[in-house]
Design a protein around this ligand. Structure first.
Ligand code: TYM
Length: 332
Protein backbone atom coordinates (compact mmCIF):
# COMPACT_ATOMS: atom_id res chain seq x y z
CA UNK A 1 0.00 0.00 0.00
CA UNK A 2 1.42 3.39 -0.93
CA UNK A 3 0.30 6.57 0.76
CA UNK A 4 0.19 8.32 -2.63
CA UNK A 5 -3.13 6.58 -3.25
CA UNK A 6 -6.39 8.27 -2.34
CA UNK A 7 -8.12 6.92 0.73
CA UNK A 8 -11.44 5.11 0.90
CA UNK A 9 -13.24 4.28 4.14
CA UNK A 10 -16.50 2.53 4.95
CA UNK A 11 -18.22 0.32 7.50
CA UNK A 12 -21.30 -1.77 8.22
CA UNK A 13 -23.02 -2.35 11.57
CA UNK A 14 -22.69 -5.95 12.75
CA UNK A 15 -26.23 -6.07 14.07
CA UNK A 16 -28.05 -9.13 12.91
CA UNK A 17 -26.84 -10.64 9.63
CA UNK A 18 -25.99 -8.38 6.70
CA UNK A 19 -28.69 -7.80 4.09
CA UNK A 20 -28.82 -7.67 0.33
CA UNK A 21 -29.16 -3.88 0.78
CA UNK A 22 -25.80 -3.72 2.61
CA UNK A 23 -24.24 -5.78 -0.14
CA UNK A 24 -25.58 -3.87 -3.15
CA UNK A 25 -25.53 -0.41 -1.58
CA UNK A 26 -22.08 -0.73 -0.04
CA UNK A 27 -19.95 -3.89 -0.03
CA UNK A 28 -20.14 -4.70 -3.74
CA UNK A 29 -18.95 -1.18 -4.55
CA UNK A 30 -16.09 -1.39 -2.08
CA UNK A 31 -14.85 -4.42 -3.97
CA UNK A 32 -15.29 -2.72 -7.32
CA UNK A 33 -13.47 0.48 -6.30
CA UNK A 34 -10.79 -0.92 -3.98
CA UNK A 35 -7.91 -1.26 -6.48
CA UNK A 36 -7.57 2.47 -6.92
CA UNK A 37 -7.54 3.34 -3.22
CA UNK A 38 -5.85 2.69 0.08
CA UNK A 39 -8.86 1.28 1.92
CA UNK A 40 -10.03 0.99 5.51
CA UNK A 41 -13.13 -1.17 6.01
CA UNK A 42 -14.44 -1.98 9.46
CA UNK A 43 -17.33 -3.60 11.30
CA UNK A 44 -18.81 -0.74 13.34
CA UNK A 45 -19.46 -2.55 16.60
CA UNK A 46 -19.39 0.72 18.59
CA UNK A 47 -22.31 1.90 16.45
CA UNK A 48 -24.11 -1.41 16.94
CA UNK A 49 -24.57 -0.86 20.68
CA UNK A 50 -26.83 2.14 20.06
CA UNK A 51 -29.46 -0.59 20.24
CA UNK A 52 -29.23 -3.39 22.84
CA UNK A 53 -27.12 -6.33 21.66
CA UNK A 54 -26.84 -9.84 23.01
CA UNK A 55 -23.06 -10.00 23.78
CA UNK A 56 -22.30 -13.37 22.18
CA UNK A 57 -24.29 -12.44 19.08
CA UNK A 58 -22.51 -9.11 18.72
CA UNK A 59 -19.10 -10.81 18.81
CA UNK A 60 -20.24 -13.49 16.34
CA UNK A 61 -21.87 -10.97 14.01
CA UNK A 62 -18.71 -8.84 14.04
CA UNK A 63 -16.60 -11.77 12.87
CA UNK A 64 -19.31 -12.74 10.38
CA UNK A 65 -19.36 -9.23 8.87
CA UNK A 66 -15.58 -9.12 8.51
CA UNK A 67 -15.47 -12.65 7.04
CA UNK A 68 -18.12 -11.49 4.56
CA UNK A 69 -15.94 -8.55 3.51
CA UNK A 70 -13.14 -10.98 2.68
CA UNK A 71 -15.51 -13.44 1.02
CA UNK A 72 -16.93 -10.67 -1.19
CA UNK A 73 -13.43 -10.04 -2.51
CA UNK A 74 -11.92 -7.36 -0.31
CA UNK A 75 -8.23 -7.73 -1.02
CA UNK A 76 -5.76 -7.27 1.82
CA UNK A 77 -3.24 -5.84 -0.65
CA UNK A 78 -5.45 -2.77 -0.90
CA UNK A 79 -7.49 -2.85 2.26
CA UNK A 80 -7.07 -2.87 6.02
CA UNK A 81 -9.99 -4.53 7.76
CA UNK A 82 -10.75 -4.47 11.46
CA UNK A 83 -13.34 -4.11 14.21
CA UNK A 84 -14.03 -0.47 15.08
CA UNK A 85 -13.77 -1.12 18.84
CA UNK A 86 -10.21 -2.42 18.39
CA UNK A 87 -8.99 1.01 17.28
CA UNK A 88 -9.51 3.27 20.26
CA UNK A 89 -8.87 6.45 18.31
CA UNK A 90 -12.42 6.21 16.88
CA UNK A 91 -14.05 6.73 20.27
CA UNK A 92 -11.48 9.35 21.26
CA UNK A 93 -11.93 11.53 18.20
CA UNK A 94 -15.71 11.10 18.48
CA UNK A 95 -15.57 12.79 21.90
CA UNK A 96 -13.71 15.78 20.47
CA UNK A 97 -16.09 16.05 17.52
CA UNK A 98 -19.03 15.90 19.94
CA UNK A 99 -17.80 19.20 21.30
CA UNK A 100 -17.85 20.74 17.82
CA UNK A 101 -21.23 19.39 16.67
CA UNK A 102 -24.53 21.08 17.39
CA UNK A 103 -27.69 19.68 18.95
CA UNK A 104 -29.70 21.31 16.16
CA UNK A 105 -27.82 19.61 13.34
CA UNK A 106 -27.94 16.19 15.01
CA UNK A 107 -31.63 16.62 15.74
CA UNK A 108 -32.28 17.05 12.02
CA UNK A 109 -30.83 13.64 11.09
CA UNK A 110 -33.70 11.66 9.59
CA UNK A 111 -32.25 8.35 10.73
CA UNK A 112 -32.27 9.59 14.33
CA UNK A 113 -35.85 10.78 13.95
CA UNK A 114 -36.93 7.39 12.54
CA UNK A 115 -35.07 5.27 15.05
CA UNK A 116 -35.92 7.40 18.09
CA UNK A 117 -39.61 7.37 17.22
CA UNK A 118 -39.43 3.59 17.45
CA UNK A 119 -37.32 3.57 20.64
CA UNK A 120 -40.17 4.75 22.90
CA UNK A 121 -39.34 6.56 26.13
CA UNK A 122 -35.79 5.42 26.59
CA UNK A 123 -33.76 6.77 23.71
CA UNK A 124 -30.04 6.14 24.26
CA UNK A 125 -27.91 9.28 23.97
CA UNK A 126 -25.66 7.23 21.68
CA UNK A 127 -28.42 7.06 19.09
CA UNK A 128 -28.39 10.86 18.95
CA UNK A 129 -24.60 11.26 18.76
CA UNK A 130 -24.09 8.27 16.45
CA UNK A 131 -23.40 10.42 13.32
CA UNK A 132 -20.57 12.11 15.21
CA UNK A 133 -18.91 8.73 15.77
CA UNK A 134 -19.34 8.07 12.06
CA UNK A 135 -17.68 11.42 11.30
CA UNK A 136 -14.76 10.36 13.52
CA UNK A 137 -14.51 7.01 11.65
CA UNK A 138 -14.09 8.90 8.41
CA UNK A 139 -12.02 11.93 9.42
CA UNK A 140 -9.39 9.89 11.30
CA UNK A 141 -8.10 8.45 8.02
CA UNK A 142 -7.91 11.69 5.95
CA UNK A 143 -10.49 10.07 3.70
CA UNK A 144 -11.21 11.02 0.10
CA UNK A 145 -14.15 8.74 -0.67
CA UNK A 146 -16.88 7.04 1.38
CA UNK A 147 -18.93 4.45 -0.56
CA UNK A 148 -22.35 4.13 1.11
CA UNK A 149 -26.03 3.67 0.34
CA UNK A 150 -28.34 6.68 -0.04
CA UNK A 151 -29.49 6.53 3.60
CA UNK A 152 -26.03 7.66 4.79
CA UNK A 153 -25.86 10.80 2.63
CA UNK A 154 -27.03 13.11 5.39
CA UNK A 155 -24.42 11.69 7.78
CA UNK A 156 -21.75 12.40 5.18
CA UNK A 157 -22.95 15.99 4.91
CA UNK A 158 -22.64 16.36 8.66
CA UNK A 159 -19.13 14.87 8.51
CA UNK A 160 -18.14 17.44 5.91
CA UNK A 161 -19.67 20.31 7.91
CA UNK A 162 -17.83 19.35 11.10
CA UNK A 163 -14.54 18.90 9.21
CA UNK A 164 -14.86 22.30 7.56
CA UNK A 165 -15.85 23.90 10.89
CA UNK A 166 -12.76 22.55 12.67
CA UNK A 167 -10.45 23.32 9.74
CA UNK A 168 -11.70 26.92 9.82
CA UNK A 169 -10.87 27.22 13.51
CA UNK A 170 -7.57 25.33 13.67
CA UNK A 171 -6.20 25.13 10.13
CA UNK A 172 -6.26 22.04 7.93
CA UNK A 173 -6.76 19.11 10.30
CA UNK A 174 -9.01 16.99 8.10
CA UNK A 175 -9.48 16.10 4.47
CA UNK A 176 -13.12 16.89 3.53
CA UNK A 177 -14.52 13.58 2.19
CA UNK A 178 -16.86 12.91 -0.72
CA UNK A 179 -19.62 10.32 -0.62
CA UNK A 180 -19.87 7.68 -3.33
CA UNK A 181 -23.48 6.63 -3.77
CA UNK A 182 -24.07 4.11 -6.58
CA UNK A 183 -26.50 4.96 -9.39
CA UNK A 184 -28.27 1.62 -9.00
CA UNK A 185 -28.65 -0.24 -5.71
CA UNK A 186 -28.27 2.76 -3.37
CA UNK A 187 -31.68 2.10 -1.86
CA UNK A 188 -32.87 -1.49 -1.94
CA UNK A 189 -36.40 -1.66 -0.61
CA UNK A 190 -38.18 -4.07 1.72
CA UNK A 191 -39.76 -6.89 -0.32
CA UNK A 192 -42.95 -6.73 1.75
CA UNK A 193 -43.12 -2.95 1.96
CA UNK A 194 -41.41 -1.48 -1.10
CA UNK A 195 -41.92 2.08 0.16
CA UNK A 196 -39.48 1.38 3.01
CA UNK A 197 -35.77 0.62 2.94
CA UNK A 198 -34.71 -3.01 3.39
CA UNK A 199 -33.11 -3.10 6.81
CA UNK A 200 -31.51 -5.55 9.24
CA UNK A 201 -33.82 -4.57 12.05
CA UNK A 202 -37.26 -3.32 11.03
CA UNK A 203 -38.12 -5.51 8.07
CA UNK A 204 -40.62 -8.29 8.52
CA UNK A 205 -39.21 -11.82 8.25
CA UNK A 206 -39.99 -11.94 4.55
CA UNK A 207 -39.05 -8.34 3.75
CA UNK A 208 -35.26 -8.58 4.01
CA UNK A 209 -32.93 -10.96 2.18
CA UNK A 210 -30.01 -11.84 4.42
CA UNK A 211 -26.65 -12.71 2.91
CA UNK A 212 -26.79 -16.02 4.78
CA UNK A 213 -30.21 -17.05 3.39
CA UNK A 214 -30.23 -20.41 1.57
CA UNK A 215 -31.62 -20.51 -2.01
CA UNK A 216 -35.02 -21.91 -0.91
CA UNK A 217 -35.51 -19.02 1.48
CA UNK A 218 -34.46 -16.50 -1.15
CA UNK A 219 -36.90 -18.00 -3.62
CA UNK A 220 -39.72 -17.89 -1.07
CA UNK A 221 -39.02 -14.25 -0.24
CA UNK A 222 -38.96 -13.12 -3.87
CA UNK A 223 -42.02 -15.17 -4.83
CA UNK A 224 -43.97 -13.47 -2.05
CA UNK A 225 -42.55 -10.00 -2.82
CA UNK A 226 -45.27 -7.35 -2.81
CA UNK A 227 -45.98 -5.89 -6.25
CA UNK A 228 -48.87 -3.83 -7.56
CA UNK A 229 -51.97 -5.17 -9.24
CA UNK A 230 -50.85 -4.45 -12.84
CA UNK A 231 -49.24 -7.00 -15.14
CA UNK A 232 -46.72 -5.20 -17.34
CA UNK A 233 -43.10 -4.93 -16.16
CA UNK A 234 -42.22 -1.22 -16.31
CA UNK A 235 -39.92 1.02 -14.27
CA UNK A 236 -42.45 3.52 -12.95
CA UNK A 237 -42.91 5.50 -9.72
CA UNK A 238 -46.26 3.85 -9.07
CA UNK A 239 -44.62 0.41 -9.21
CA UNK A 240 -42.10 0.50 -6.35
CA UNK A 241 -42.11 -3.29 -5.93
CA UNK A 242 -41.31 -3.95 -9.58
CA UNK A 243 -38.72 -1.18 -9.63
CA UNK A 244 -37.01 -2.71 -6.64
CA UNK A 245 -36.70 -6.11 -8.35
CA UNK A 246 -35.31 -4.46 -11.48
CA UNK A 247 -32.85 -2.44 -9.38
CA UNK A 248 -31.66 -5.61 -7.65
CA UNK A 249 -31.11 -7.36 -10.98
CA UNK A 250 -29.36 -4.36 -12.48
CA UNK A 251 -27.08 -3.86 -9.47
CA UNK A 252 -25.99 -7.50 -9.61
CA UNK A 253 -25.68 -8.08 -13.35
CA UNK A 254 -24.65 -4.59 -14.48
CA UNK A 255 -27.38 -4.66 -17.15
CA UNK A 256 -29.20 -1.36 -17.69
CA UNK A 257 -32.77 -0.93 -16.47
CA UNK A 258 -33.92 -0.23 -20.06
CA UNK A 259 -32.40 -3.43 -21.26
CA UNK A 260 -34.00 -5.41 -18.44
CA UNK A 261 -37.43 -3.86 -19.00
CA UNK A 262 -37.24 -4.77 -22.72
CA UNK A 263 -36.31 -8.34 -21.87
CA UNK A 264 -39.54 -8.64 -19.82
CA UNK A 265 -41.84 -7.35 -22.53
CA UNK A 266 -44.77 -9.76 -22.79
CA UNK A 267 -43.72 -11.61 -19.61
CA UNK A 268 -45.51 -11.70 -16.25
CA UNK A 269 -44.48 -10.44 -12.81
CA UNK A 270 -43.95 -14.07 -11.82
CA UNK A 271 -41.08 -14.40 -14.29
CA UNK A 272 -39.41 -11.32 -12.90
CA UNK A 273 -39.73 -12.59 -9.33
CA UNK A 274 -38.36 -16.06 -10.02
CA UNK A 275 -35.52 -14.82 -12.19
CA UNK A 276 -34.53 -12.20 -9.62
CA UNK A 277 -34.43 -14.93 -6.97
CA UNK A 278 -32.14 -17.03 -9.17
CA UNK A 279 -29.80 -14.12 -9.88
CA UNK A 280 -29.57 -13.30 -6.17
CA UNK A 281 -28.99 -16.95 -5.18
CA UNK A 282 -26.28 -17.36 -7.80
CA UNK A 283 -24.55 -14.22 -6.55
CA UNK A 284 -24.80 -15.19 -2.87
CA UNK A 285 -23.90 -18.89 -3.07
CA UNK A 286 -20.13 -18.43 -3.62
CA UNK A 287 -20.14 -15.57 -1.12
CA UNK A 288 -21.72 -17.85 1.50
CA UNK A 289 -19.26 -20.65 0.84
CA UNK A 290 -16.27 -18.40 1.15
CA UNK A 291 -17.65 -16.72 4.29
CA UNK A 292 -17.88 -20.16 5.93
CA UNK A 293 -14.30 -20.91 4.90
CA UNK A 294 -13.05 -17.72 6.56
CA UNK A 295 -15.13 -18.42 9.67
CA UNK A 296 -13.82 -21.99 9.86
CA UNK A 297 -10.32 -20.64 10.57
CA UNK A 298 -11.00 -18.23 13.43
CA UNK A 299 -7.29 -18.07 14.33
CA UNK A 300 -6.37 -16.76 10.89
CA UNK A 301 -9.32 -14.34 10.85
CA UNK A 302 -8.30 -12.99 14.23
CA UNK A 303 -4.72 -12.58 13.03
CA UNK A 304 -5.96 -10.55 10.04
CA UNK A 305 -8.06 -8.38 12.34
CA UNK A 306 -5.25 -7.81 14.84
CA UNK A 307 -2.90 -6.76 12.06
CA UNK A 308 -5.60 -4.58 10.55
CA UNK A 309 -6.31 -2.86 13.86
CA UNK A 310 -2.61 -2.17 14.42
CA UNK A 311 -2.19 -0.65 10.95
CA UNK A 312 -5.36 1.40 11.26
CA UNK A 313 -4.35 2.67 14.70
CA UNK A 314 -1.03 3.96 13.38
CA UNK A 315 -2.78 5.91 10.64
CA UNK A 316 -5.53 7.14 12.98
CA UNK A 317 -3.10 8.20 15.69
CA UNK A 318 -1.40 10.70 13.37
CA UNK A 319 -4.69 12.55 12.91
CA UNK A 320 -5.68 12.29 16.56
CA UNK A 321 -2.34 13.64 17.71
CA UNK A 322 -2.62 16.62 15.37
CA UNK A 323 -6.14 17.31 16.66
CA UNK A 324 -5.12 17.03 20.32
CA UNK A 325 -2.21 19.39 19.70
CA UNK A 326 -4.35 21.91 17.82
CA UNK A 327 -7.04 22.12 20.47
CA UNK A 328 -4.48 22.61 23.23
CA UNK A 329 -4.14 19.30 25.06
CA UNK A 330 -0.70 19.16 26.65
CA UNK A 331 1.79 17.09 24.62
CA UNK A 332 2.17 13.40 25.55
P1 TYM B 1 -25.57 0.32 8.05
O1 TYM B 1 -24.90 -0.73 8.86
O2 TYM B 1 -26.99 0.65 8.37
O3 TYM B 1 -25.48 -0.05 6.52
C1 TYM B 1 -24.22 -0.39 5.95
C2 TYM B 1 -24.16 0.10 4.52
O4 TYM B 1 -25.23 -0.48 3.76
C3 TYM B 1 -25.99 0.55 3.16
N1 TYM B 1 -27.39 0.13 3.15
C4 TYM B 1 -28.15 0.06 2.07
N2 TYM B 1 -27.89 0.32 0.77
C5 TYM B 1 -28.89 0.12 -0.12
N3 TYM B 1 -30.12 -0.30 0.23
C6 TYM B 1 -30.43 -0.57 1.52
N4 TYM B 1 -31.64 -1.01 1.84
C7 TYM B 1 -29.42 -0.40 2.49
N5 TYM B 1 -29.38 -0.58 3.84
C8 TYM B 1 -28.13 -0.24 4.22
C9 TYM B 1 -25.78 1.78 4.02
O5 TYM B 1 -26.03 2.96 3.30
C10 TYM B 1 -24.33 1.62 4.40
O6 TYM B 1 -23.48 2.10 3.38
N6 TYM B 1 -23.65 4.48 10.00
C11 TYM B 1 -23.44 3.44 9.03
C12 TYM B 1 -22.18 2.67 9.19
C13 TYM B 1 -20.96 3.49 9.36
C14 TYM B 1 -20.14 4.03 8.33
C15 TYM B 1 -19.07 4.67 8.98
C16 TYM B 1 -20.24 4.02 6.93
C17 TYM B 1 -20.37 3.82 10.55
N7 TYM B 1 -19.24 4.53 10.31
C18 TYM B 1 -18.08 5.32 8.26
C19 TYM B 1 -19.24 4.67 6.23
C20 TYM B 1 -18.17 5.33 6.88
C21 TYM B 1 -24.59 2.45 9.13
O7 TYM B 1 -25.23 2.34 10.13
O8 TYM B 1 -24.71 1.66 8.04
Amino acid sequence: MTSAKKIMVSGIQPTNKLTLGNYLGALKNWVRLQNEYECYFFAVDLHAITSRQEPKELADNTLFALATYLAAGINLDHATIFAQSHVRQHAELAWVLNCFSYMGELGRMTQFKDKSSRAGETIPVGLFTYPVLMAADILLYQTDLVPVGADQKQHLELTRDVAIRMNNIYGPLFKVPEPYIPKVGARIMDLQDPESKMSKSVSSELGAVFLSDPPKEIEKKFKRAVTDSGAEVTYAPEKPGIRNLLDIQSAITGRSIDDLVKSYSGKMYGHLKVETATIVSDELRPLQERTQQYLADKGELQRILREGAARAATKAEATLKAVYGAIGFAPY
